[in-house]
Each structure stands twice: as C-alpha cells, then as structure tokens.
Design a protein around this ligand. Sequence first.
Ligand code: ATR
Length: 496
Amino acid sequence: MTEPGVCLVLTGPTIDDCQRQLDQSRPHIDLAEVRADLLDPSAWAGLNAFSRSAGLPLILTLRQPQDGGRWSGSAEERRGFFQTALGGAWTWFDLEDDQRLPDIEAAWLGRGGRLVISFHSFDGVASGWAERLRAADAPGVTAKAAVSPKGSVEFLRFVAELQALSWEGAVGDGYVALAMGGFGFASRVLAARLGSRWTYASAPGQVVAPGQTDPATLQNVYRFRQQGADTPVYGIVGNPVFHSKSPGIHNPALTALNLPGTYIPFLADELDAFFAVCDRLGVRGLSCTIPFKEAVLPHLAQSTDAVTAIRACNTLWRRPGGAWEGDNTDAPGFLSPLADLVGPGRLVGLRATVVGTGGAARGVVWALKQAGVKMVVLGRTPAKANALAQDFDIEWAPLVPESRPVVESHAELIVQTTSVGLGADGQDPLAWYEFTGREIAYDIIYSPRWTPFLTRAKQAGCRVLFGQDMLVGQAFGQFERFTGLPYPKHALRLQE
Ligand code: ATR
C-alpha cells in the first residue's frame, strides 16, 4: 500500500452494495473498511467470502452506538462475530480500545492478521485522546483516534497534541489520527503531513456531512497522492466554506504547472486559533471569504493600499520570515472583465450605479473610482450609503423607486452587490428600474449565474457580466500572489 492510503468506508446494507461501492471507487482507493454494523445481519454469512474476493486489503469493524455505529448486540455475540471472521481473508480487525478481545486478537495475530485499535470521541476532542492513541501501539497494531472538534480552538488542540506526540520507540504499525466534522476537514486531506497511515473516505452519494469526502474528490480535487509531509498547503477560510468553488479553481492550476501543493477549504470560527493551525500545517497562502474579510486585518503584518482603503482582505500569503501579507484581489478581479468588455481606457468618465453598501460594494466602489468611473451608490440603509459615499467622495441615494432619475443619469453601468438574488430567492433589488438595453449590467452573485437582475437586463438587450467573471478574476490574482506565477488559463474548467 502506498502511504498514506485512501480507505473507503463501505456502507452496505448488502454485500452487493458494498461490492458496487468498492468497484466504483477502486481506482482511487488502497483499502476499504467493512462496517458490519451497517450490514443487514442476514448478509454476515457472506462476509468471509467477500473478504477473499475483494482484491484489496480490508478492515473489518462492528461499531456500536457509543462508537458511532448501529450494532447493539451482546458481548458474546460480538466475540462470536470476530471468532467467525478468523476464517476470513481480512487484513485488519478494528477493535475499540475499551473493548478488547485478547484471545481473538492473539489468534488473529498468530495467523498473520493485523489490528486497528480505535478510539472515537463524538463530543469534542476528548482530553487524553493522544495518550490513548499512543497507548494502543503494539506489535501488529495500527492505533486509530477519531475526534470531533467543535471549532477552531479544538481543532488547534487536536493538531498541536498530535504533533507533540512522540512516536519514537513505537513497535506497531503507526497510527491514523482524524478530526471529524467540518472543522477537522484538513486532517482528512493532509494525512501525509499529520503522519496518518491512511485517511477515510465515503462512497460518492454517501458523503452526507461536512468534513466527509469521497475518494475521487480526494485525488482529483485535493491531489491526495501528490502530497508528502512538506507539501505546501493553500486554502480558503470562511464560515460557511464548503460551497466554495475556489478549490476547483486553484488545484487544477497547481496541477497544470506541476507545482507541489493542495488547496483546501478551512471552516473556522476563531481566527487566532485558525492562524496557529496554519503555522502548524504549513499553510502558505489563503483566500478569505465571509465573514472574515475584515476580521483578518489585525493578523496582517503588511497590506496593500487596496486593503487599507476597502478595509477588507481576500488574499493572504507569507512574507519571508513567515508573517502574513494581505491584498484585495476582489477589486481588480471585478474590474478586469469590465475593462475587457468596454475596451482599454474606456472606463474613465463612465457613469455608473452601484447597488448595495456592504463589504463587497466597498471593493467595487474603490475599483471603479480608481478607474475614473463617476458613481452613485444606492442603499436601503441611508446611513451606510452616506458613509460609503463620504469615504469615496461619490453620490448616494436611497434604494427606493423614487431614485429612478438618479439611476437613469448613472446608467452606463449598473452593478449589483447585495445578497438579493442569491440562491433561489428570485428577488431583484432594482425591480423598479426599467433597463433600456444600453446599460452594462454586472451582478457579483455567482450562484445562480442568471440572477433575476441579470435576466431582466439581458431581456432588455443589455450587455451583462457575471459574478463568475469576478470570481475567476479574483482567483487569478490570488494564484499569482500564492505562487509568483500567472494563472494558467487553460487549466480553468468551471461549469458555466
Ligand atoms: P458583502 O460583504 O457581501 O457586501 P454585507 O457587508 O453584509 O455583505 O453587505 C450586504 C449588502 O446587501 C448591504 O448593503 C445590505 O444592506 P444593509 O446594509 O442595509 O443590510 C444589502 N442587502 C442585503 N439584503 C438586502 C435587501 N433585501 N434589500 C436591499 N439590500 C439588501
């Protein structure tokens, strides 16, 4: 087995289902775990035959509810189950560290079998977990601990305690240490860095919770097999973050340029702890999204004028010595598709309306101002619109139908920066404005691609720009900050 390996967790309920899951993921896995507790007990009779025909190393487990499983028989039945399994071609029996079966274990090791001695904590990161992991070490044993950090502080503790653990003098087959849930996602992808022998993945379609991933995604998106203990790590920090398209933009570019590295989502809820995790995991570059674009500013040793003016940072990279430097590539990322559309130098003097007064609007206004655009900003909260207008010396108006004449006099470009129209809400914040067809309409929302605002503009004959144009533009700038190289555009394969 190449290490770290990818272990597919088979989730029954029949042997045929397990076989299908195995065959579907076979190109991307090294071993699989049979969760007998998820199998219909009528299928147990076929388990040993399955172990002989599977064609790759298998772990056999029978999890009980306290360990996240479904089986709740007696101790005698459990012993009988593993007794029968002694006749199978398993590579490992996985037994919980507080429910050992010494005679079965001895018989199994005597036949050349191996053991996983495991410990699960579903309520946080149990204190003493790392000592329990270390204590499980023995000849023929891979020690396993799976804990559940409830936030960034606990994930930091998991990483720190694992890294502090000395495995010197160990006599067994190493360990697998895993942080479950969204906050621990990095521990699944960075198994090589954390020294785990393998990582667990779910079959496609069985990935039901944040933090889980499937074998093809591990490899095709996160470049699992290209990683080693020192592979550079990049990522996006946010909350929520698992919907982000950025891993699908940055990882293919690393691959296209044959650069080492992986780019992963980091769910966080506390930035001091998160940045300490970054130090420990070798994170060299970060994209930053909601709600942290302003909150990261105190963590920057240096930042660009754009960050200072916009008061938001979406890109962080390491200075020599390791301190963080920050830039805001949202602004140029927003501007470049627009400049491409209207032609070089044609933005100066353009009259524009910006709808919204939040953090994103700030970046848009800064970028347009730099380009010499004349603007009015519309907001539903007059105090915020007024403050934004003052900061950038532009006009403002309330976001109400009575502002129609103001928009009409700033209608060469209309930019939509609010969250209205996001997802499936079907709303248009400018429903009272009738497009003439001469406007350029630009919505920075990228999901859906066609917001009601853009749909209406298109129907009127306007030229439109999509949120995805900006998403891609800001990511290009980030990639350059991270690697010093221009983004290889042929690598981009985002779905329209
Ligand atoms: P972002 O960083 O994405 O800009 P934000 O700072 O929360 O997010 O800003 C969201 C913007 O959308 C704000 O201008 C917000 O208006 P308020 O500041 O008055 O809340 C605007 N917005 C959100 N929902 C809106 C709605 N239903 N109608 C009009 N504006 C809305």
